[in-house]
Design a protein around this ligand. Structure first.
Ligand code: CTP
Ligand code: CA
Length: 225
């Protein structure tokens, strides 16, 4: 069992975790991506398995090794992530969206590599919106008692933006991180506040991503009962 956990309190539960960052292809060799390493999502998957859960990890472009005893579903784009999350969450007790999902994707995918042309400025890239997976699964819960958790990385007005986002998304819990150039992305550690739709606020001090993961599962278990 994980340190500090005295019982397998997720035994008999199916939890779905998304991790990593989506990549939105422009052409066969290029994509729009983000800096998410997947470490927080993988820590969530590992700790849930240690607490006895059956875990499905939807992994978007992460270079991390598959955690033992976890079903890993690799995906690339936001549209693929949505498909995989909807499928896996049909019978899930909890869904945690730790993946960094691209808000936009290129409107057009060039089947051949985009080439530069002499004496010509580049074509602008037109973007279209991706589906909001967290909002969709929160609005259409496959089971009414399902607990849904989102993550938010904010650079300014962290708590006010977090509260507004929690409401907008309709999830039960929102883990709010303050990010900057060197904070959070790719690092081993994290610092966050977990906001609850019930008004609760749980501060998680700077520490390993496992510790934040354990706090999240503790709050999920309270809401599953
Ligand atoms: N998310 C999602 N689908 C998207 C975008 C985000 O499911 N298309 C999820 C993320 O996995 C995360 C949460 O929503 O759990 C919040 O993501 P964030 O980017 O902070 O929210 P946005 O609504 O995209 O707001 P912003 O304009 O600040 O990026
Ligand atoms: Ca976003």
């Amino acid at each position: 069992l994980a340190r500090g956990v005295t019982e397998p309190d997720l035994k008999g539960r199916h939890v779905v975790v998304s991790a990593g960052g989506t990549r939105e292809p422009l052409d066969p060799v290029r994509f729009l991506g983000n800096r998410s390493s997947g470490k927080q999502g993988y820590a969530l998957a590992r700790t849930a398995a240690a607490r006895g859960a059956r875990v499905t990890l939807i992994a978007a472009n992460s270079a991390l090794p598959d955690p033992a005893g976890v079903d890993v579903v690799p995906v690339g784009t936001a549209v693929q992530l949505r498909e995989a999350v909807l499928k896996a969450s049909a019978d899930a007790d909890a869904v945690v969206m730790a993946a960094a999902v691209a808000d936009f994707r290129p409107a057009v995918y060039a089947a051949g590599k985009i080439k530069k042309k002499d004496d010509q400025e580049p074509e602008p890239i037109t973007l279209v919106r991706n589906p909001d997976i967290l909002a969709e699964i929160s609005a259409g819960r496959s089971r009414p008692e399902q607990v849904i958790v989102g993550f938010a990385a904010e650079t300014d007005d962290v708590l006010a933006n977090g509260r507004a986002k929690l409401k907008r998304k309709g999830c039960d819990l929102l883990v709010v991180n303050e990010v900057g150039e060197s904070r959070t992305f790719g690092s081993e550690e994290n610092e966050a506040v977990v906001l609850g739709a019930d008004g609760s606020e749980t501060a998680v001090p700077h520490g390993p991503k496992e510790a934040l993961a354990e706090t999240v599962w503790g709050l999920v278990v309270e809401r599953l009962r």
